[in-house]
Write a new protein. Structure first.
Length: 440
């Protein structure tokens, strides 16, 4: 008889290790997430870099999820280099992503509206590497159990379609949502052979923008972690992979008596998502194959280039005494834009663990691209992790890039050409099948 609750006979030999390292910045650090600075004055809950290392057949990968708004390359790249130097894990086998909390520190250097705490930022790559070091120091024989559940009630597509075909942020005057949601919650528990849950990967697509205010908080993804720890024990480390949620919020298209903002909302959502992750994995079967492989590439995609139409609109708004919306910000960005005609290098990362694929893509990606990646994936389970390894603003669908809503409008939120999302998603599909054929 097996020593634990799972019959491990014949399962692949996989080893795993997990750890968390606190990365909470000092009070007084400006919080990211909006277009005006908020100076942190308390800690609602601490922020962490959470690491999971998996090893099979002599190959190792590391997943690191950080409670921050985004993960620029000038943080991820040095961390990846440190990890490779310290551990021998190839840098391309290390995925570093953000949960997208809107009550964490600014991660982008040189921003004029919300200043970054440069001294704290300088420490983050080392803290990320420290988390991987700690995970490697606590390796154990592991069983991996992936599962899925459906959640279509907590959130909605936050863009509305107008009668004239344009799109807006919000619902006022709109005839309906401008796009879908991704209702799939994916989870994978990592147990030792005695049955103890040592880590949990949770993947769902929704903005982590529930708390607001001036308190530092990991938001609802942090409440997923604390709920799972209250059930499984403090040794359980939750690696939250934010799905393609560039146009997905927790607000509804229907009336609800549930409060829409604050710590209580984050707690409600965290408990619900944790419950789904528990259900998904407690009723699932372990992975029967455990080969590990990884592809890490850069896809060249043009930046947005200012055109005469945008120039005319900027000059029209510049002449107004009372400018609408965020046009002061857009005008400033237009005047300072230095990327006309230049090419971005988008990191594309695909990790295979048996029947599971984990796809790392940068930026805030509209949900339809995440759905397309999953649709064409050869794997049984495909975890799409946005805000991984770099940041290029929002990546809308090609048609929505021309419809004017927040997340699609150039300079305000979009930094790449209108067709950048399609090119990125096509590159992901090629990488997925290249990796899949390697193990066939």
């Amino acid at each position: 008889m097996p020593d634990g609750p799972i019959n491990t006979e014949g399962l692949p030999a996989i080893r795993a290790g997990s750890a968390r390292v606190e990365i909470t910045p000092p009070l007084g650090t400006a919080l990211a997430g909006y277009f005006s600075p908020r100076w942190s004055d308390r800690v609602e809950d601490p922020l962490f870099a959470k690491a999971l290392v998996l090893e099979s057949g002599g190959e190792r990968v590391a997943l690191v999820s950080c409670d921050v708004i985004c993960m620029p390359a000038d943080i991820a790249d040095p961390a990846r280099e440190m990890i490779e130097q310290r551990t021998g894990i190839p840098g391309g086998n290390v995925l570093i992503c953000a949960t997208h909390t809107h009550t964490g520190p600014e991660m982008r250097r040189g921003r004029t509206v919300i200043p970054a705490n440069e001294e704290w930022l300088d420490t983050v790559p080392g803290l990320i590497a420290e988390a991987v070091d700690a995970a490697l120091a606590d390796m154990f024989d592991a069983v991996l159990i992936p599962g899925r559940e459906c959640e279509d009630r907590l959130g909605s597509n936050r863009l509305g379609r107008n009668p004239d075909g344009t799109e807006v942020f919000g619902k006022e005057g709109a005839i309906g949502p401008a796009g879908p949601i991704d209702p799939e919650l994916l989870a994978m528990s990592i147990r030792d052979h005695e049955g103890t849950v040592r880590a949990m990967i949770v993947n769902y697509a929704m903005h982590a923008d529930t708390v607001g205010g001036n308190g530092i908080s990991a938001g609802w993804p942090g409440r997923v972690d604390s709920t799972l720890r209250s059930l499984y024990g403090e040794q359980c480390v939750t690696i939250f992979l934010q799905g393609a949620c560039g146009d997905i919020n927790h607000a509804h298209w229907f009336k609800s008596r549930w409060i829409g903002k604050g710590i209580q909302k984050a707690t409600q959502m965290g408990r619900a998502m944790a419950g789904l992750a528990v259900n998904a994995t407690e009723l699932a079967e372990p992975l029967e194959t455990g080969e590990i492989a990884c592809i890490f590439r850069h896809e060249p995609i043009p930046y947005y280039t200012r055109d005469e139409k945008m120039r005319a609109e900027v000059e029209e708004k510049r002449a107004m005494e009372d400018k609408p919306g965020r046009w002061d910000f857009i005008i400033q960005r237009f005047d300072e834009w230095e990327l006309d005609g230049q090419i971005a290098q988008l990191p594309i990362q695909v990790i295979r663990i048996g029947e599971v694929m984990i796809v790392g893509i940068p930026s805030e990606v509209f949900v339809e691209w995440g759905l397309e990646i999953k649709h064409w994936s050869p794997a049984q389970f495909t975890f799409v992790a946005e805000l991984a390894n770099d940041w290029f603003g929002y990546i809308p669908t090609t048609d929505q890039a021309h419809r004017g809503a927040y997340g699609a409008q150039p300079l305000l939120s979009r930094r790449l050409e209108a067709d950048g999302g399609r090119k990125m998603t096509d590159a992901v599909q090629v990488a997925m099948y290249d990796l899949w054929r390697q193990g066939s």
